[in-house]
Ligand binder design. Structure first.
Ligand SMILES: Nc1ncnc2c1ncn2[C@@H]1O[C@H](COP(=O)(O)OP(=O)(O)O)[C@@H](O)[C@H]1O
Ligand SMILES: [Mg+2]
Length: 394
């Protein structure tokens, strides 16, 4: 077990019981659990909407709800959070029924020692994680993957690739989010919306204004922009007041929320040495480095790979995408590029100046606007590869 602090929502109206449990949890280990208490069901539901918890400790007898309906209401509101029932000695049978309906466990109040409580809570959290993954796999491999794209430098074609690869995945009936983690003006907004509307849309900036603990799945979902193609976008900032360096802790919270949605997440990361990028790549199953074939860009790519490795990204989980955006006065061949950057090839994108500008002009994407273009074929091929062979789910 690592040193993570588990966030527990304790739903208990009785002050004495609440104190006993809170004390038992604090005795269980310094900094192991952070406990938030709610006294009523309505307050618990409000908390669950506003924050992400690792576990709910739930007394079924509350001033505003009793018995199994307390459990089913919480279950409905927070389907992805494990619940451990707290019971008195007399209502054990209700607790057993709740376990049958999906509660992870039950604890009889007054009978639990701190050590047992700690173990029960940690086991419930871990067991729930395993069960959720198995369930997603059983539902047709819907466990998403998180793939970060980062350019060796700006202008190589990273954003174009991110959007087209995300759209190619969405065409394969995958649930996909393309997220732009930039502190600066949104290239996604520019691509899809700028010409259509001058009003700004919810964005990363909206989320970054919140406190770290408020950056939850729920808030994130409210900021996603759904395109008709099925692709969801998290746009970068559009207003001056949102232009600011991304806070690494908030980026971490955002990544947790993104990954928890269980969809494919394709990240457009700025070519920067930033703590926010470091926080983001920690959550990636795979990182794609985008380079063109100019020797200076390939050298920058080599350094970017070293940087990623120093951020503890495993080399096997880094691949390079070569974009032939335009002809270069001096360009390396692919073998040289691979030898220099020192990682596996994910794909080569041919030059597609006209198809690119045409798609941009229409606020569309090449893979749907011009699927026959060789660059579209390359994006679809990369999407296939990322989905299948190369990426081993965690
Ligand atoms: N394969 C390509 N062929 C030709 N032009 C491209 C290609 N990919 C991207 N571009 C163009 O290059 C410019 C920069 O692309 P962009 O994706 O914004 O790069 P980055 O995100 O790396 O800064 C854009 O004008 C885009 O239309
Ligand atoms: Mg870009």
């Amino acid at each position: 077990m690592d040193a993570k602090t588990y966030k527990i929502l304790l739903v208990e109206d009785n002050n004495v019981d609440a104190r006993v449990i809170t004390e038992a949890l604090s005795k269980a280990g310094e900094g192991c659990f952070s406990v938030t208490r709610a006294e009523r069901l309505s307050e618990a539901l409000e908390r669950l909407r506003a924050e992400t918890f690792d576990l709910v400790l739930l007394d079924f007898m509350l001033p505003d709800s009793e018995g199994l309906s307390t459990f089913s209401t919480v279950r409905q509101q927070a389907a992805s959070v494990p619940i451990v029932a707290l019971t008195g000695m007399s209502d054990e049978s209700i607790a057993i029924e709740a376990v049958r309906l999906g509660a992870q466990d039950f604890l009889v109040k007054g009978q639990v020692q701190p050590k047992e409580l700690k173990r029960a809570v940690q086991y419930a959290i871990e067991r729930h994680k395993v069960q959720s993954t198995q369930l997603k796999l059983a539902q047709g491999g819907k466990t998403g993957k998180t793939i970060g794209f980062i350019g060796a430098r700006g202008g190589v074609g990273t954003t174009t690739a991110v959007l087209n690869i995300a759209a190619a995945l969405a065409q394969k009936h995958k649930e996909v989010i393309a997220a732009e983690l930039t502190p600066f003006y949104s290239a996604f907004y520019d691509h899809f919306f700028y010409k259509k509307s001058r009003t700004t849309l919810s964005s990363l900036g909206t989320l970054m204004k919140l406190n770290r603990e408020k950056i939850t799945q729920w808030e994130l979902e409210r900021c996603l922009i759904q395109l008709p193609s099925g692709l969801s976008l998290l746009l970068g900032p559009q207003r001056l007041e949102e232009f600011q360096e991304l806070d690494p802790e908030k980026t971490d919270a955002l990544m947790q929320a993104l990954c928890a949605l269980g969809r494919y997440v394709i990240l457009d990361l700025p070519s920067q040495v930033s703590a926010a990028n470091q926080a983001a790549v920690k959550h990636c199953d795979f990182v794609v480095l985008a380079v063109d074939r100019a020797p200076s860009c390939v050298m920058a790519g080599n350094l970017m790979v070293d940087l990623l490795v120093s951020w503890e990204v495993i080399p096997m989980r880094i691949g390079v995408m070569v974009v032939n955006r335009q002809s270069m006065p001096i360009s390396m061949d692919i073998a040289e590029v691979l030898a220099t950057v020192g990682c596996q090839l994910v794909g080569v994108v041919p030059s597609a100046t006209d198809a690119c500008s045409e798609a941009h002009r229409r606020g569309a994407l090449m893979v749907s606007n011009d699927p026959q273009d060789p660059a579209s074929g390359a994006f679809i091929g990369i999407a296939d590869r990322l989905m299948t062979e190369q990426i081993v789910g965690r």
